[in-house]
Design a binder for this molecule. Structure first.
Ligand SMILES: Cc1cc2nc3c(=O)[nH]c(=O)nc-3n(C[C@H](O)[C@H](O)[C@H](O)COP(=O)(O)O)c2cc1C
Length: 200
């Protein structure tokens, strides 16, 4: 009699256990990649790639990386620029106005690990430093999310520079770019606005 009374309750417990274990199984299989390796928690990998001659863009890059927990990569030109890049103004103008592709000395082998790539540059003669375009065109970035950011003296050529990054990553998804004169103020707000940082 006692067993009969408990039977519906035991059935409910068993059904509950079944539902729970099938959910757990689904979560586990989602984290296993095609090689059968357990990749652990599904995690979006982010990279902050940037070029910087005098350190301003580097400051913004480091702030972004610090806030979102991304890796960083500094693009370096095979033929380095003068330590005061204004001494290389003719070269830089020629590269920008003639859409040249200066070689990169330290290209990563691939960017397969990264789904989201922030791309930073100073504005040099109305465009991104062309070595940044060389970097971007070295990879198949189809479907990856590209988020440009710039530092500059004045924001006159900000949109033109954003357009250039979009042009050389036309198969990518783009989020709203960031620009600043010197400081990193505004970076945190912008990351919130584009959904890269959760609300406090
Ligand atoms: C050769 C040269 C050309 C520049 N051209 C522009 C420009 O067209 N528009 C602008 O707003 N700033 C221009 N700047 C200023 C830089 O964009 C600004 O100083 C930037 O923050 C430098 O970044 P970095 O310290 O990361 O190298 C130029 C600077 C140099 C050296």
């Amino acid at each position: 009699m006692k067993t009969l009374f408990l039977l519906p309750f035991m059935l409910l417990v068993m059904l509950g256990m079944q539902a729970c274990s099938s959910d757990d199984f689904q979560e586990d299989t989602e984290d296993v990649d095609s090689n059968g390796i357990d990749t652990g928690e599904a995690e979006t990998k982010m990279l902050v790639a940037y070029f910087s001659a005098t350190g301003t863009t580097r400051g913004v890059a480091n702030r972004i990386a610090e806030l979102i927990g991304a890796d960083t990569y500094r693009i370096r030109a095979l033929e380095p620029y003068a330590s005061n890049p204004y001494d290389d103004s003719d070269r830089i103008q020629d590269e920008a106005y003639n859409n040249r592709r200066p070689e990169v000395s330290n290209l990563p082998e691939n960017l397969d690990n990264y789904d989201i790539i922030f791309v930073g540059s100073p504005i040099w003669w109305h465009y991104p430093a062309m070595v940044v375009c060389t970097f971007l065109e070295s990879y198949d970035l189809e479907g990856k999310t590209i988020i440009p950011f710039f530092t500059y003296g004045a924001n006159t050529y900000f949109q033109q520079s954003v357009d250039k990054i979009h042009e050389v990553t036309s198969a990518s998804v783009h989020l709203r770019a960031f620009g600043s004169t010197r400081s990193t103020s505004g970076v945190e707000n912008w990351l919130h606005e584009i959904g890269m940082l959760a609300a406090n």
